[in-house]
Design a protein around this ligand. Structure first.
Ligand code: FES
Ligand code: FES
Length: 165
């Protein structure tokens, strides 16, 4: 931490995965670093760090956000959900299960960000069109899968969502 950052340290609080979190940190600290380094939630991945790949996607007040582009002061007091907060208490979230069952991953590095983006889409729109799915995933890059398994997983999650009472 340089002198400028140290001088800017202040109280910071948020709700993260349903728990109140209070820290002291530089207000320009990136949300990605807070999540991974200060909170130890390493499911959120660090990759391009310039907002291009979606590996660091988290939900801020329910909307998908690249954590590498958001600073502490921009998310103070808001509600954050990381991939660790997506599962239900004793079971995977349906989107996680669909990725698992349809083989929507290879190395898995992009998978947390993909799942966060898909969850945000289906929370807002349970029965999206193919174009809406493509649009929702346009900020998430996968270098391994060719997207076939990922799109199968999304469509399975949509179908299962519709068959739930
Ligand atoms: S690491 Fe944030 S978008 Fe790539
Ligand atoms: S599964 Fe490897 S980057 Fe997507």
């Amino acid at each position: 931490m340089n002198d400028k950052e140290t001088a800017a340290i202040a109280d910071w609080s948020c709700t993260v995965n349903g728990r109140a979190v209070a820290l002291q940190l530089p207000q320009a600290r990136r949300l990605l670093d807070i999540i991974r380094e200060d909170l130890g939630l390493t499911g959120t991945k660090r990759s391009c760090e310039i907002g291009r790949c979606g590996a660091c996607m988290v939900l801020v007040d329910g909307a998908p956000v690249n954590a590498c582009l958001m600073m502490a002061y921009q998310c103070a007091g808001r509600t954050l959900v990381t991939i660790e907060g997506i599962a239900n208490e004793d079971d995977l979230h349906p989107v996680q299960r669909a990725f698992l069952e349809e083989g929507g991953y290879q190395c898995g590095y992009c998978t947390p960000g993909m799942i966060v983006s898909v969850k945000a889409l289906l929370d807002a729109k349970p029965n999206p069109s193919f174009e809406e799915v493509e649009e929702a995933l346009s900020g998430n890059l996968c270098r391994c899968t060719g997207y076939g398994g990922i799109l199968r997983a999304v469509h399975r999650a949509i179908e299962e969502g519709q068959s739930r009472p």
